[in-house]
Design a protein around this ligand. Sequence first.
Ligand code: UDX
Ligand code: UDX
Length: 434
Amino acid sequence: MKITIVGTGYVGLVTGTCFAEIGHDVLCVDNDERKIKVLKSGQMPIYEPGLEEMVHRNVASGRLKFSGSIEEGTAFAEVIFIAVGTPPGYKGQANLSYVEQVGRKVAEHMTGYRLLVEKSTVPVNTAEQLKRTVAKYSRSDIDFDVASNPEFLREGCAIDDAFKPDRIVVGVESERAGKLLQAIYDPIVKKSGCEFLQMNIASAELTKHASNSFLAMKISYINAVSRVCELAGADIEQVAHGMGLDKRIGPRFLDAGVGYGGSCFPKDVDAFVHIADHLGYDFELLKEVQRINHSQREHVMKKIQHELWVIQDKTVAVLGLAFKPETDDVREAPSLYFIPQLLEARARVKLWDPVAQEKFKELHPTLDYYSDIVECAKDADLLLILTDWPQVKGMDLVKIKGAMRCPVIVDGRNLFDPEDMKNRGFTYHCVGRA
Ligand code: UDX
Ligand code: UDX
């Protein structure tokens, strides 16, 4: 089938490439000409494991193409996925101006039936507005449908998530739209055996916000328990393990640390609170989830302050700029909370990350970046771990200790065993372990 994807970011590019990989003809459109130029030249605007070779393979086979023209995208395919950004608006509600713009432009250019599919995370009832917009700006004799098909791709393992999803959710209000989406996903459903859930549009939209907010809540819950563990002399790793073996709870998303970041959880929880409020429900539970997430960062910052006493003129080596491993994405990353605070307190910061340095440099071009962990740790008064990169977990602790001015580690990801670190001569601070 022919498919157009509008928005060639972390979600759109992965989705489009995976559709091409299963045999569809895909045109990825983006209004960022620079991005399209980069993609056409065979380079990648983002880092996602396995994506580059898959893009090359599908471009070579002619199944994957790029364009800066939404007019071309509208003419290319009957089904158009909208994967543009939905960043936070001025009060935390989702900013839907890009989604609206795409709807308007598709409406202006379409000459026959089109199915517009919301892929970006949007508040419940966005499809209603999208439908009104398309109806307003299109010719009245042209038929169209709007659908919701939320993405559940985790950055860093997005390709795996696309091919082996836990479920595929589509929200439709016509048989035609349902059949088109079923045909698109059929190869993935057959191969992975996952469920293809068809529901009404509002339910599909809500499933996304409810899922992400639930996962964020799980993280805030374990972070809150980690604070009690510190006070009670308990170990959060053991508590989380004990909880996770209960099948009703499950072991995943129970890692305590510096709190959640990324382009989804912070924004989606915020947007869910706002839409619930708008609909007349005060979602206090989620407000608390946000508060705990923020307080967790403050708590780790206090550990740094307590350890260094005076931060001014101290050297802090920061390991991990990305919001999670295996991505170059720094949106809402813990690093963007800690590093400005350290700089404000006049510390010298040395930064290490295997793939996110370029993206971080766009925001902080003049800081000291290192490609070698031991070099980064050299002469540091404190080493701060913010991302659970395997390279950090596997770093040579003897060399690190030898390189540092003072062997002090504040580990925001609980990567090491406190007893072992003590035996190795480190002053080791982590989260939720006495
Ligand atoms: C997006 C949404 O922000 C998020 O809500 C959703 O859950 C996943 O999809 P992501 O793919 O990570 O997230 O965003 P980003 O990497 O910023 O990509 C969005 C792309 O849309 C950018 O390449 C941008 O240039 C493009 N865009 C934006 C358009 O093509 N047209 C527009 O009008 C606006
Ligand atoms: C999320 C959703 O998981 C995914 O389904 C999709 O909707 C997009 O948003 P993503 O943001 O890419 O994916 O990463 P995820 O693995 O969910 O991690 C989000 C944040 O939570 C990261 O900062 C991560 O470090 C943190 N996290 C995760 C924890 O602090 N503890 C955990 O146990 C799990």
